[in-house]
Design a protein around this ligand. Sequence first.
Ligand code: 4NP
Length: 158
Amino acid sequence: MSSAAPSVLFVCLGNICRSPLAEATFRLASDEAGFCVGIDSAGTGDWHVGNPPDPRAQAVACKHGVDISWYRARQIAADDFCRFTHIVALDHQNLADLRARKPKETTAELSLLLDHAEGRVGEAVADPYHSDADGFMRTWNDVSAGAAGLISRMRSGA
Ligand code: 4NP
């Protein structure tokens, strides 16, 4: 791990469903652990820039006691690859897009979120956009598992 203060950027396609929920669960996990870390999320696409999270994402977060209505979607930028120590993709396409956009000589470590969850290596967090409330609950559970694994790995300094 880099010696810079740790910071994590979660990235999906639209930054209105999965990555805001990953951000929310990681904020919860880091607060619980008392671990000081910068946290944000972004999308590879720009269709939803400036928008709040999808109402179904807000609803599942609210069910878990977290208000994410103030989050606003943004698109990943070149300087994110130096500003963050860790950039964590929600699915394989997001990871491929990040690798393609990564400027040379950048420092962020790129990974897939569920690679950090025990027994889930290589799995993607499915896109719930065309799903229902159950789909968003599965997303919450998936990103919670990834967030828990990532926080414990970062705390151990690995
Ligand atoms: P996300 O979900 O990448 O998890 O934020 C999506 C949001 C919007 C679209 C697709 C996926 N869209 O096609 O607009």
